[in-house]
Design a protein around this ligand. Structure first.
Ligand code: NDP
Length: 332
């Protein structure tokens, strides 16, 4: 993480250069985002001679840079860390000529072609086609202890990190479908799973509720809120507040080895919303089996348009689709 963050700092030369020239740069295809979807789109678009420019965004490498070991991405039989995998994907995109740049797309004007994108609020670029691969951000509770223990037992992805908790005790926060899905998955590996639900009922669908309530390894703690995640370098427990009704609360500590967030994701689609159709939760709508959005020449891939699978491999696959769709569009 530190490596990527420090690389992000030096954006000034790029900005100054453009300010000086006063010219608007024109590109055939601009890719926004540097997760598996963005880099894969870069690999395919550069191999199609489209000279893509890719802006990495605030968190170069995307969500995977916050995970530790990735063991389910095909092609890495021994597993790989998230940051290393993202460096590999970046190197592969660069090898074929993707122009990868530091910087964030801070606003867009998709009202006319060519589309205009503003980088770091300073520099405008015109693009014939745009691939949106800005991902989604897992929601966290916002506790200092939770932040400190990320990578030390705090995770927002059971599929990525559950394997490390075989025969251990874990907790999952949240009462929606995602939280139950995470809890059920973790219960297939861990010895016990606590679900921490703030209300006295689930938000999840009835079918999913039954999955949690009928699983002997899952214990649901309704009306509990997380006060602190406990542990120095690794998670050792969670301090909870139990709501006993009428402002009557009691502190409860549970011993756990892992703490999983299941309180939802926020797709990073905000700046596109005036132009691009999304569902009610902000995920970009793509047409049929394609990566096409409601606007000609604008494509979306990865977690910003996928509320279902949310895996690195599915994001990479959809990045490939977006580059192929963009290539076809530009040839028309
Ligand atoms: P949801 O918004 O449905 O649920 C979020 C859950 O997290 C709620 O129980 C909410 O509690 C809880 N929560 C939110 N903030 C906090 C907090 N600060 N502290 C404690 N708890 C908190 O998100 P999901 O990701 O679960 O689902 C998103 C969509 O994806 C839904 O439409 C869902 O149906 C769908 N989905 C479907 C699946 C399936 O069918 N297999 C699997 C996964 C997702 P509260 O209820 O109190 O607000």
């Amino acid at each position: 993480m530190a490596f990527f963050k420090s690389m992000n700092i030096d954006k000034s030369s790029d900005k100054k250069e453009n300010k000086k020239s006063g010219e608007v740069e024109k590109v055939k295809i601009l890719i926004i985002g540097s997760g598996p979807a963005g880099y894969t789109a870069g690999i395919y678009a550069s191999r199609a001679n489209l000279s893509p420019v890719l802006y990495q965004g605030m968190e170069a490498g995307g969500q995977l840079t916050t995970t530790t070991e990735v063991e389910n991405f095909p092609g890495y039989p021994e597993g790989v860390t998230g940051p290393v995998m993202m460096e590999d994907l970046k190197a592969q995109a660069e090898r074929f000529g993707t122009d990868i740049r530091f910087g964030e797309v801070t606003s867009v004007d998709f009202s006319k072609k060519p589309y205009t994108l503003t980088i770091d609020e300073e520099k405008d670029i015109e693009a014939d086609a745009v691939i949106i691969a800005t991902g989604a951000t897992a929601r966290y509770l916002g506790l200092e202890s939770e932040e400190r223990l990320k990578g030390g037992g705090v995770s927002a992805c059971a599929t990525c990190d559950g394997f490390f908790f075989r025969e251990k005790i874990v907790a999952v926060v949240g009462g929606g479908d995602s939280a139950i899905e995470e809890a059920a998955y973790l219960a297939s590996l861990a010895s016990k799973v606590y679900m921490i639900v703030r209300k006295d009922h689930f938000r999840a669908s009835k079918v999913m509720q039954a999955r949690a309530l009928e699983n002997p390894k899952i214990e649901v703690l309704f009306k509990h809120n997380t006060k602190e995640v406990l542990g120095e370098n690794n998670v050792t427990g969670v301090l909870l507040t139990k709501n006993m009704g009428e402002a009557n609360e009691e502190d409860v500590t549970i011993k756990v080895d892992g703490f999983f967030l299941g309180i939802g994701h926020t797709p990073n689609s905000g700046i596109f919303k005036p132009y691009i159709e999304t569902d009610e939760t902000g995920y970009i709508n793509t047409i049929g089996k394609s990566s096409k959005t409601n606007l000609d020449g604008i494509f979306a891939c990865g977690d910003v348009q996928d509320n279902t699978y949310r895996q690195a491999i599915t994001a990479a696959g959809s990045g490939c689709m977006a580059a192929l769709d963009a290539e076809k569009y530009l040839k028309q």
